[in-house]
Write a protein that binds this ligand. Structure first.
Ligand code: ZN
Length: 449
C-alpha cells in the first residue's frame, strides 16, 4: 500500500480519472458531473488497519462481514447492559457460500449499506450484472480472492476511487503510525477512549484497549493521577512523531457524550480503583476528555468526535455542547451529521464557530436524508470551510463504493442548487472542491500532494 496512491491520483480539475457512473452523468448537468469526477479526494475518516487492509486472504463473504453491511446482521458493539467476547468484525470468516451471502442480499437487500457494497463489488469485479446472484457469486468470490492475493490491489482500488490521502482511525492500535504501516498517503488519529477509561491498569475501553498498556509502549508508567495527566500531555506532544494529525473521541460507544464540567475531586477518587462507582468513572472520563481538549486547543490539534447512534440514549449532539463551549480555541470535527439529529448539529455549527462537520457515514446510513441535510448545511453554515468527506470503511471496496456515492450525491445536491438559481456553476464547483479535498488539507494542515 505504500505510496502507490499518491502518484496515481488525479489532480483537481483533471479529467484523467473519472469516478462517477454514467448514470450519475445523466442525472447531473454534465459539466458539474465531469468536474466532480475529476477531483481527488482527501478522505478524512476510514478504519483502514493493517490486519484487514493488508490481509492477502480475503473472500467475498469477508467483504460483507467486515463492512457496514455486516451491521445489518448484528450490531457489532455492546450496549451498557450487554457484553461481548470479541469484535465480530475482526473475526476470521468462513469460506463464502450462497447460504452465508443470502441473508445480506435478500433479507437485508434493501438496506443502503448492502446496496453500496453490492454496487462496488459488481463494478470492481466486472460482474455480468449489477446483482450478486446464486449464479455469479462463486465467480465473484474467486475474483475477490485472486485480486486480494496481489499486494497492490487495495491501492489500485483506492486509486480508482480517486483517493489522494487518507486519515484513518485504526482503533485496534490507537498508536499506529499509519504512514509507516499503510503508505505515504496515510495519517492517523489517536483514539482517546482508553485514556478516558484509564483509572486502573486493567481498565479497558469498548475496543479492548488499555490506557496503561499504550502508555507503557511509550515508556510512560504513571503511578499517580498527576503522573497520568503529565503522560497525557506527552502523548499529545508525540502525535506528529507517529504521523497522527488529530485526537478522536469515539466515547459515544462507551458512555454518553455529556462531558460535564470537570469534577477533579471525584475524578481523583476513581484513580487506582478497578471498579470505581458509576459517578467516579464518569467524573474521571469527563476530566480526561476535558484535559485532552484543552491540550489539543493549546497545540492547535483538531479533535474528531463521534455523535449520533452508538449508545443512542446518550449520543445527542447537544449533550456535547458544554465541552465545545468550554474549549472555544479547540477545533472540533463533529462526525456523521450526528444522525439522526443532523438539524440539531447544524444549529450548533451555526452558533459555535469552533465546529467543522465530517459528513462521513451519514450518506451511507440514508442517502436521501443526506441530500436534504446537505442542502440545509450549504445554506446555513457560516462559511465554506466547514464540510469534509470520507469513507468510514474497513476494506478498499467499501471505500470505493462510498466515495463514488459521495461524488454522486454531492453533485446532485449542488446541481439542484444551480438549477434553482441559488448560486451559479462556478460557486458549485468551488464548493465541491472544498468539500472533497481543500477543506481537509487546510483543517489538518496536510501538505499538498
Ligand atoms: Zn468511523
Amino acid at each position: 500500500m505504500r505510496g502507490a496512491l499518491l502518484t496515481a491520483a488525479a489532480a483537481p480539475c483533471s479529467l484523467a480519472g473519472s469516478y462517477l457512473s454514467t448514470n450519475a452523468f445523466n442525472i447531473m448537468s454534465s459539466s458539474l458531473a465531469q468536474f466532480i469526477a475529476g477531483l481527488g479526494i482527501v478522505d478524512v475518516h476510514e478504519h483502514h488497519m493493517p490486519e484487514i487492509l493488508l490481509n492477502r486472504e480475503v473472500n467475498l463473504l469477508q467483504l460483507f462481514q467486515q463492512s457496514y453491511a455486516g451491521w445489518t446482521q448484528a450490531r457489532p458493539y455492546p450496549l451498557p447492559a450487554e457484553t461481548r467476547a470479541g469484535d465480530p468484525m475482526l473475526a476470521t470468516p468462513p469460506p463464502t457460500s450462497w447460504e452465508a451471502l443470502e441473508p445480506y442480499l435478500h433479507r437485508s437487500g434493501s438496506n443502503s449499506f448492502v446496496r453500496n457494497l453490492v454496487r462496488a463489488v459488481t463494478e470492481l469485479y466486472a460482474a455480468d450484472s449489477a446483482a450478486i446472484t446464486r449464479e455469479n457469486w462463486a465467480a465473484l468470490d474467486a475474483a475477490v480472492r485472486q485480486k486480494h492475493s496481489q499486494p497492490d490491489w487495495c491501492s489500485e482500488v483506492l486509486r480508482r476511487a480517486g483517493v489522494e490521502r487518507v486519515i484513518t482511525d485504526p482503533y485496534s492500535d490507537p498508536l499506529l503510525d499509519a504512514r509507516h504501516a499503510l503508505g505515504d498517503n496515510y495519517s492517523s488519529v489517536l483514539r482517546i477512549n482508553s485514556l478516558a477509561c484509564g483509572w486502573h491498569p486493567e481498565s479497558r475501553d469498548h475496543n479492548g484497549n488499555r490506557a496503561h498498556t499504550l502508555l507503557a509502549r511509550l515508556g510512560l508508567k504513571p503511578v499517580s493521577f498527576d503522573d497520568y495527566l503529565e503522560a497525557l500531555a506527552k502523548l499529545v506532544d508525540g502525535l506528529a512523531s507517529r504521523n497522527q494529525v488529530a485526537l478522536k473521541n469515539a466515547l459515544a460507544y462507551d458512555r454518553d457524550v455529556a462531558f460535564d464540567e470537570p469534577d477533579e475531586k471525584m475524578a481523583r477518587q476513581a484513580w487506582g480503583q478497578q471498579w470505581p462507582t458509576v459517578a467516579e468513572r464518569k467524573a474521571f472520563s469527563d476530566f480526561v476528555v476535558d484535559r485532552l481538549c484543552a491540550l489539543a486547543g493549546l497545540r492547535d490539534v483538531p479533535v474528531q468526535m463521534h455523535l449520533g447512534t452508538a449508545i443512542i440514549r446518550g449520543s445527542h449532539p447537544l449533550k456535547a455542547a458544554g465541552l465545545i463551549e468550554r474549549h472555544p480555541c479547540t477545533r472540533f470535527l463533529l462526525m456523521h451529521l450526528a444522525y439522526p439529529w443532523s438539524r440539531d448539529l447544524l444549529g450548533m455549527a451555526f452558533v459555535y464557530r469552533n465546529i467543522w462537520l465530517d459528513l462521513t457515514w451519514s450518506l451511507l446510513l440514508s442517502p436521501s436524508h443526506f441530500k436534504l441535510a446537505l442542502h440545509e448545511a450549504i445554506e446555513m453554515l457560516p462559511d465554506e470551510s466547514r464540510l469534509m468527506i470520507g469513507g468510514d470503511n474497513w476494506h478498499g471496496e467499501e471505500t470505493y463504493g462510498t466515495l463514488k456515492l459521495a461524488r454522486q450525491l454531492i453533485g446532485e445536491v449542488l446541481d439542484e442548487k444551480v438549477s434553482a438559481g441559488y448560486f451559479g456553476l462556478a460557486d458549485a464547483q468551488r464548493l465541491a472542491a472544498k468539500i472533497l479535498r481543500e477543506n481537509a488539507l487546510r483543517f489538518f494542515k496536510l501538505q499538498e500532494p
